[in-house]
Design a protein around this ligand. Structure first.
Ligand code: ANZ
Ligand code: ZN
Length: 819
């Protein structure tokens, strides 16, 4: 006797799908509505892991569902194949990163086939293909032309082990996200994209996403952009012509300023420092190199700083206040200088107490003295010790103070964002070369468009440098070129681009991945974009998702895209963890995807992933086992073989009514769950349906009833979203022609879904006036409203008031009119 084989023939079904072109978008003569379903593309650091299996099980469930519902679905696949891990791994094994990367891509592609993910493989590309990165360079040049790409010297995060600059997003708690070593600060000349020019639009356009993106991702982005409203105020400096500007959110506290602080690592601190304080200042500054930004901002950290031997003048009261350099003020936020108000700002208070500086309360909040409690009173209140502003509330005073200062030329209202420009330069080999030539006569010269791509040189990847120079600098033949503008000897820029550039627009290229006349095909954009369903991890909330939104707006402004937001709907998936911890080699708790597939088969692994919980929640692999899924799939498969072949053309309407009702209600529920992305609950409904059918076969109407066929075929069709191989086999056992993917998503018959109705008698003052059909389980409230809404009842009442309504659901209602 045959038995269910969880390792059903992958090759056989892949061939059927390929021959029938089941997953090709627009394969049919097409007037179907389109849906573009994209899962964040994989990084080829090895074979697929459990996390990949989860994302793609979810996105595939969604893609297959939409396809079965009659939509023309584009579910693409490509590879994010430039980047640091490939380079490091290649370096360790003394391989060309190309060989290593493209080999891994083939391994991953084969694993995707094994998992049965329904990609349209014609979309495939890799970001490390010159054909792709050429357009990174094109994009860079368009931004360069508009001043949106620029170079400046900046303190950067430097990882001493990976020997590279890191973006802020790659620094976690002061350490390198990749290798965990403590990050240092260095000054290098770097390329940036001017993301700050889009800060307000990144914020404003979130209104388009508020119904369709997870609220926590929107909140993270809002914080990351960090809009602050306040004022710029200029403080004159004794013995210096230029004033120094501060940003404050609390101009109402200006009479409480008792000292002034500049960021210790800023050029300004260096310049303001008096000669007699130089040695002390230099020593302090040297000690800062190893402290991360996050640590420096923390309120619970002891405050340190040095007096610079200079004084600022408070424009509100002409008081001279000492200037300090301290590390709790950041050079890169606001203006890098702060008017310190220790009574009302906790960090200023901590600093004042550490250095013995005065504390002056100027806003009465009703709370005890900060100088005594050590707790700054940071809320609003009534102004005191503030001359003619005394007695005003904080809000009113803030506006009045800024107005007066502005009239005297000392400041103006201002908005500041926490968002920084995007640091683009990487001193690495395995990335997109920056298409700029440096010429002594002409400066930074763009490589002409027709010379793109600037290809990576074949060698150079073995080199490491401690100077902060890129490995590309060692490829002399490549570096030395004639200036495109004047023809004199010049040299190429040797940095490569952050790989987040690659991933910030890749979804635009899938519809026509080999397009030659631009980064993406306008016709493809017209047909498919923006992305309707985007699926990926929450760890990308402030990185990739922000960059993609930024670049989409830039491309919109350049006239290349008709929309401003790239992802209409976002679904986050959780992580696969083990015993409450992230899986990692070092913890020794890695679960190997291939082992799981070898043991349980691809379908059971996929079902387990999706059934474990809502997509956005983490799955603890220690708490689940694919054994349960194997049992369930076996039951479905067996059922499919038991359905009587003679019923193949039977009319389901002739089937057992109770079974049909149960089937259609479960179809109805499962459909609603799929629509709201509660895929785990949808699977629970399919499991219930399996039990209903099992009972019907064993103890009810039996396998020859058309209702059993209808139910089993519906189950099989829905199952194909989660267990595509098993579903195909079951479909075949049911006597149907493959592929089940063409069979469509079953539709629930509303008559069968509706609960039973009964006729209710409606009386007015005890006399029968109407009959209405109501559900048997109608509530008293609902019945009361139905009765009062009856035309006949209203006609009899003629506007007379109702004294009482006696409701006996579901059979009788008596409306009693007022005498
Ligand atoms: C005086 C003051 C009084 C302030 C008071 C706050 C409370 P957010 O809301 O985060 O934008 N600040 C300005 N630039 C800074 C920098 N580069 N590094 C560290 N702190 C800086 O914070 C704005 C407030 O943070 C500003 O308002 C300034 O302190 C400080 F009762 O000015 B405030
Ligand atoms: Zn030149």
């Amino acid at each position: 006797e045959e038995s269910y084989n969880p390792h059903a023939s992958v090759d056989r079904w892949q061939k059927v799908w390929a021959d029938q072109r089941v997953f090709e978008a627009e394969g049919l003569p097409d007037d179907r509505p389109r849906s573009y379903v994209v899962s964040m593309f994989p990084y080829p650091s090895g074979d697929l892991h459990m996390g990949h299996a989860e994302v793609y099980s979810i996105s595939d469930g969604i893609a297959r569902f939409l396809r079965m519902r009659g939509m023309n679905v584009l579910h693409p696949i490509g590879w994010d194949s430039f980047g640091l891990p490939a380079e490091n791994a290649a370096f360790k094994r003394n391989l060309d990163p190309r060989d290593w990367t493209y080999r891994n891509i083939e391994v991953q592609a084969e694993s995707f086939r094994k998992l049965g993910v329904s990609f349209d493989w014609r979309t495939r590309f890799h970001t490390s293909d010159p054909e792709y990165y050429r357009w990174n360079q094109w994009l860079f040049l368009r931004m360069f032309e508009r001043g949106l790409a620029y170079r400046r010297s900046a303190p950067v995060n430097w990882c001493p082990v990976d020997r590279t600059v890191l973006a802020n997003e790659q620094v976690v708690a002061g350490c390198c996200e990749r290798c965990g070593s403590q990050v240092e600060t260095r000054d290098l000349t770097q390329w940036f994209f001017r993301t700050t020019a889009y800060a307000q639009r990144l914020l404003d356009d979130m209104s388009e996403l508020k119904e369709t993106w997870p609220a926590d991702v929107l909140a993270m982005q809002r914080n990351w952009i960090g809009r602050s409203e306040g004022a710029h105020i200029d403080f004159a400096i004794v013995g210096r012509d230029e004033p120094v500007r501060v940003f404050t959110t609390r101009p109402d506290t200006i009479f409480g300023v008792t000292f002034f602080v500049v960021a210790a690592d800023s050029p300004l601190a260096d310049e303001l420092c008096a000669p007699q304080r130089r040695a002390e200042f230099e020593a302090y500054r040297a000690g800062l190199r190893t402290t991360s930004e996050a640590d420096r901002l923390a309120t619970d950290r002891p405050k340190t700083g040095v007096f610079l031997g200079r004084y600022a003048i408070n424009p509100a009261n002409e008081e001279q206040i000492p200037i300090y350099a301290a590390d709790y003020v950041l050079a890169s936020y606001g203006t890098g200088a702060v008017m310190a108000v220790p009574a009302h700002d906790q960090r200023d208070l901590d600093f004042a107490r550490a250095l013995g500086l005065p504390v002056r309360v100027v806003v009465d909040t009703g709370q005890p003295e900060p100088a005594e409690t050590g707790a700054a009173t940071s809320g609003g209140g009534t102004l005191v010790r503030s001359r003619h502003f005394d007695g005003m509330s904080s809000d009113v005073a803030a506006a009045a103070i800024v107005r007066e200062l502005a009239e005297r030329g000392f400041g103006e209202p201002a908005v500041t964002y926490r968002l920084r420009d995007w640091l683009l330069s990487r001193q690495r080999y395995w990335g997109t070369p920056i298409p700029i030539v440096h010429c002594e006569n002409c400066g930074e010269v763009a490589v002409p468009d027709e010379e793109l791509p600037v290809r990576l040189p074949e060698s150079g990847y073995q080199l490491r440098s401690d100077t902060g120079q890129s490995p590309l600098a060692s490829a002399k033949d490549w570096v030395e070129v004639a200036c495109p503008s004047c023809g004199q000897p010049a040299h190429r820029d040797t940095d490569t681009m952050d790989t987040f550039v690659d991933s910030s627009w890749y979804f635009l290229r899938y519809p026509n991945p080999h397009y030659q006349d631009g980064p993406f095909d306008p016709a493809g954009i017209q047909r498919w974009l923006p992305v309707h369903e985007y699926i990926g991890g929450k760890e990308h909330a402030t990185g990739h998702l922000m960059y993609a939104r930024f670049l989409t707006k830039v491309l919109h402004d350049l006239g290349h895209l008709p929309f401003v937001e790239p992802f209409v709907r976002l679904t986050n998936q959780g992580q696969v963890i083990m015993n409450g911890k992230a899986m990692s080699k070092s913890l020794g708790n890695l679960v190997n995807l291939q082992d799981q597939i070898a043991q349980y088969g691809p379908d059971a692994v996929r079902v387990t992933m999706v059934f474990a919980g809502p997509p956005e929640e983490d799955i603890d692999w220690a708490d689940v086992s694919p054994t349960g899924a194997v049992k369930w799939l076996t039951r479905v498969w067996r059922l499919a073989g038991e359905v009587d072949p003679a019923t193949i053309d039977a009319d389901p309407a002739q089937g057992d009514r109770d079974v049909r009702q149960a089937v259609h209600r479960l179809i109805n529920d499962a459909t609603a769950m799929m629509e709201s992305k509660r895929l785990n609950v949808a699977i629970a409904r399919l499991m219930e349906l399996t039990s209903v059918l099992r009972r019907a076969v064993d103890r009810g109407c039996g396998p020859a009833d058309p209702a059993v066929r209808e139910g089993t075929e519906s189950l099989t069709r829905m199952l194909s979203c989660f267990a595509p191989f098993t579903a195909e086999e079951a479909w075949e056992r049911l006597g149907r022609q493959p592929s089940v993917c063409w069979a469509g998503w079953p539709e629930a018959d509303p008559d069968l879904v509706a609960t039973e109705t009964i006729t209710c008698i409606v009386q007015v003052d005890g006399k029968l006036r109407d009959r209405i059909d109501v559900p048997v389980d109608v509530s008293a409230d609902a019945l009361r409203s139905l009765a009062l809404a009856s035309q006949k009842v209203r006609h009899v009442l003629q506007g007379a008031a109702v004294a009482n309504v006696i409701v006996r659901p579901p059979r009788v209602v008596n409306v009693v009119s007022a005498p």
